[in-house]
Design a protein around this ligand. Structure first.
Ligand SMILES: NC(=O)c1ccc[n+]([C@@H]2O[C@H](COP(=O)([O-])OP(=O)(O)OC[C@H]3O[C@@H](n4cnc5c(N)ncnc54)[C@H](O)[C@@H]3O)[C@@H](O)[C@H]2O)c1
Ligand SMILES: O=P(O)(O)OC[C@H](O)CO
Length: 422
């Protein structure tokens, strides 16, 4: 496509890195939008698949006992491309034909200018390692992952970790978004945090050439002095070449917003990321009390304390970046606590573990068919961080959930453990 100056306009190529329950759902959302906005995006959306062999289940509408696809295990990527359904992680949902499953991580990101990270957080370090030097230097990222990274240096947002390891800008998407409901196109909202570097929204030069100089991600705003290890390092960003459409809030919204999936754009990457990570610990608490048969008041109490601890965590450790209103007003905050405590996997597995008297890891293994909980590892990571700060007592719910997972306390001890929350 050429503009009035005869300059060839490129389109953004999008890759979804991950193809689980949420990864496949976001691939569907994005692929619908790349069809709707052909001037901005290449129609085909690459989706990296962590390859495995699976059987087409009897319950699939594609199951045909006479088909060679159905009588022995097949590569998941092949099934997705032939059936346009992810029979393992998003069964029964029709995917647009422009979702292209690709088992090669490096091939899937080739020439992609938008990388949407969407896989369980424990796999991100290895994926980033494999991507180093394999992506275009001016790519931009969005992390849909709910979790945090804790090391001896402190706590880090996954968007920042991706940004530092790959040398690219990375925003975040998170909200009250149980994947299956979004995939079924039931109405929901999400929050997209993207504070694009100013170099991306400049007017094109007459030649359309990438004349912009490199900029430091930490500028033009002063370096954020958040908790050691959490603030962004000095990432030197490559400008987006001028022959690509600007990646403004408006265009990012076009990538994610659907009539059934309302995307609100904000610039608080820290608040959006923390809301998504911390609510998973709260959801375990809600599952524990529901498993005891304690009813809705008990669940509401857990949710109230959970929201309070999310806000306090943001204020204490990310004071210069996370905004309180992100937790209290956006989908990624209070709304995600509510939906996760009503029907999320962390909630359901914690509930079943109490009802059956088995560990939550056993429930994850037997009930989730390969899907992963994020709340258990996040509870351990957040506890390691709080312990390091000598602040476990300041966050009684987060600490109680860790102690219940460790077996130090029982779910029925929760009211006593929360008395400190006065
Ligand atoms: N499912 C939801 O409802 C939902 C909604 C919003 C956000 N999220 C978040 O999205 C992120 C991704 O979750 P999901 O639900 O798509 O995943 P999932 O739990 O459904 O699936 C697990 C995924 O991990 C992959 N995997 C397994 N071993 C791997 C390895 N060694 N390396 C790389 N990948 C491997 C599997 O192939 C599969 O794609 C999580 O952070 C989750 O909290 C999930
Ligand atoms: O199923 P969960 O517990 O991983 O939660 C899913 C989503 O994060 C809800 O917004």
């Amino acid at each position: 496509m050429a503009d009035l100056l005869g300059v060839t306009k490129k389109k953004h190529k999008v890759t979804i890195i991950g193809s689980g329950n949420w990864g496949t759902t976001i691939a569907k959302v994005v692929a619908e939008n790349t069809q709707q906005y052909p001037n901005l995006f290449e129609e085909n959306v690459q989706m990296w698949v962590f390859e495995e062999e699976v059987m087409v289940p009897l319950s699939s509408k594609h199951y045909d006992p006479d088909s060679p696809l159905c009588n022995k295990p097949q590569k998941l990527s092949k099934l997705i491309n032939e059936l346009h359904e992810n029979v393992k992680y998003l069964p029964t949902i029709d995917l647009p034909k422009n979702v292209i499953a690709n088992p090669s991580l490096q091939d899937s990101v080739k020439e992609s200018t938008i990388l949407v990270f969407n896989l369980p957080h424990q796999f991100i370090p290895k994926v980033c390692q494999e991507l180093q030097g394999k992506i275009v230097p001016y790519a931009r990222g969005i992390s849909c992952i709910k979790g945090v990274e804790v090391s001896e240096k402190g706590i880090k947002l996954l968007a920042d970790m991706i940004s530092e390891r790959l040398g690219i800008y990375c925003g975040a998407l998170s909200g009250a978004n149980i994947a299956t409901e979004v995939a079924l196109e039931k109405y929901s909202e999400t929050t997209v945090a993207y504070d694009p570097p100013s170099i991306d929204s400049r007017q094109p030069s007459p030649t359309g050439s990438p004349t912009g100089s490199q900029v430091n991600l930490a500028s033009p705003t002063p370096e954020k002095k958040d908790y050691e290890g959490s603030h962004r390092k000095q990432v030197v960003l490559q400008p987006l070449p001028h022959d690509y459409p600007a990646l403004s809030h408006e265009n990012m919204r076009k990538l994610f917003h659907r009539p059934y999936f309302h995307a609100r754009l904000v610039d608080d990457v820290a608040g959006v990321s923390l809301g998504g990570a911390l609510k998973n610990i709260v959801a375990l608490g809600a599952g524990f009390v529901d498993g005891l048969g304690w009813g809705d008041n008990a669940k509401a109490a857990i949710m109230r304390v959970g929201i309070q601890e999310e806000v306090k965590f943001g204020k204490t450790f990310f004071a210069e970046s996370a905004r309180v209103s992100t937790f209290t007003e956006e989908s990624c905050g209070v709304a995600d606590v509510i939906t996760s405590c009503m029907g999320g996997r962390n909630f359901r597995c914690a509930k079943m573990s109490v009802e059956r008297g088995v560990s939550i890891n056993d429930v994850e293994r037997t009930e989730l068919n390969g899907q992963k909980l994020q709340g258990t590892s996040t509870a351990y990571e957040v506890n390691a961080f709080l312990k390091g700060q000598g602040m476990e007592k300041e966050f009684p719910l987060f600490t109680a959930i860790y102690n219940i997972l460790e077996g130090t306390y029982e779910p029925a001890d929760l009211p006593d453990l929360l008395v400190a929350d006065q």
